[in-house]
Design a protein around this ligand. Structure first.
Ligand code: BYC
Length: 314
């Protein structure tokens, strides 16, 4: 007899390209893997609001300020979709936030670097959102239904984010020598950490085996990193930015760019908590999470009141 609650049946469904839904049978390892990845993804969206939020009050025009505000609100929304999608796996929002605050859950390496000037806002939009899109377009076909659907919505907004950043860089590159130097300096500082966003090389990536078997990841860390490099080199050329990698060169045989060595020691340091801004990012999140407690309590009280009213009138 066919057992719908077996790992074999589950794997067959995955191999057939079916989506897994919250009430379907899933192995415990699959559930845990998704909770880890999706909650870390949600945390990244929310923590990512901090380096950009730093420049809202100093945006160079009303138009730039409106666009930046809209973008940062989108990131908050992405975090909320992802927390909700992760909750369908049986973990509460409180537990996920607690794991972030106690250091059990990570968030993207990239948000531990400072946003020093307006050009950094361009570099974040162009490179960081650009890297995120490459990863997330691939995740649109991830095997867990709620994650996949969240990615479809998120990707629509991310492409606007990437263009927002590229526009800032393009405008600065048409500006004065000083503005061009600022854009190049931002590119130099954000390029390498952006490459690290895709995670360690495939051979050093402990989660890739399961992720590929379960079709959580549709493409590997190195494959996605290569896609990002190939598309970004051309965009840099168009606006006159130099790639900050002397070893970067076109490989005719492979039809892609070879790149220089990534500093994995720096990556490890940053994701372990020792990057330039880790302490600041976490202290900020904890402070505002605590200060927002009354809002969460008020929302719960309102929900209870409404329910009571519905019961009385029913
Ligand atoms: N940063 O076996 P691996 C945004 C960890 S936000 C930190 O390859 P996996 C935006 C990894 O977690 C978009 N840690 O793992 C927001 C694991 O440690 P744990 C963020 C990293 O999961 C606001 C260990 O290294 N996007 O766009 O198979 C403003 C071994 O790695 C990183 C996502 O979160 C990293 N970069 O692959 C602007 C995408 N890389 O968990 C923009 C969803 C690796 O065992 N996530 N680690 O303690 C993924 O696609 C995958 O989780 C990764 C890593 C490709 C990131």
């Amino acid at each position: 007899m066919h057992n719908e609650h077996s790992d074999e049946h589950f794997q067959k469904r995955i191999d057939n390209g079916e989506y897994i839904e919250p009430r379907d049978y899933m192995p415990e390892g699959y559930r845990k893997h998704l909770i880890r990845q999706m909650s870390q993804h949600a945390h990244s969206e929310v923590i990512g609001m901090q380096p950009e939020g730093n420049w809202i009050t100093r945006a160079p025009s009303l138009r730039a300020k409106q666009i930046l505000l809209a973008k940062i609100q989108d990131e908050g929304g992405h975090g909320l979709y992802l927390y909700s999608a992760a909750e369908t796996l049986g973990i509460s929002r409180e537990e996920m936030i607690d794991n972030l605050h106690t250091g059990k859950a990570k968030y993207s390496n990239i948000f531990n670097y400072p946003s020093l000037n307006w050009a950094d806002i361009g570099a974040i939009g162009w490179l960081v959102d650009g890297a995120a899109i490459v990863n997330q377009v691939s995740l649109q076909r991830t095997s867990y239904g709620p994650y996949s659907r969240a990615m479809v919505r998120i990707c629509k907004e991310e492409s606007f984010h990437q263009r927002q950043g590229y526009e800032i860089m393009a405008i600065m590159m048409r500006g004065t020598k000083e503005q061009q130097a600022m854009a190049q300096d931002a590119m130099n500082r954000w390029w390498w950490p952006s490459l690290m966003m895709f995670g360690p090389h495939d051979i050093d990536s402990p989660h890739t085996g399961d992720a590929v078997k379960w079709r959580i990841k549709r493409e590997s860390n190195d494959t996605l990193r290569q896609k990002f490099i190939d598309k970004t080199v051309q965009q840099a050329e168009v606006i006159g930015l130099k790639m900050p990698d002397p070893d970067l060169k076109w490989n005719e045989a492979k039809q892609c760019y070879d790149h220089g060595a990534i500093n994995w020691d720096e990556f490890k340091r940053v994701i372990k908590g020792d990057g330039p801004c880790n302490k600041q990012r976490m202290a900020h999140h904890i402070k505002y999470h605590n200060e927002g407690e009354w809002v969460r309590e008020a929302a719960e009280a309102f929900k209870a009141k409404k329910l009571q009213k519905e019961l009385v009138t029913a």
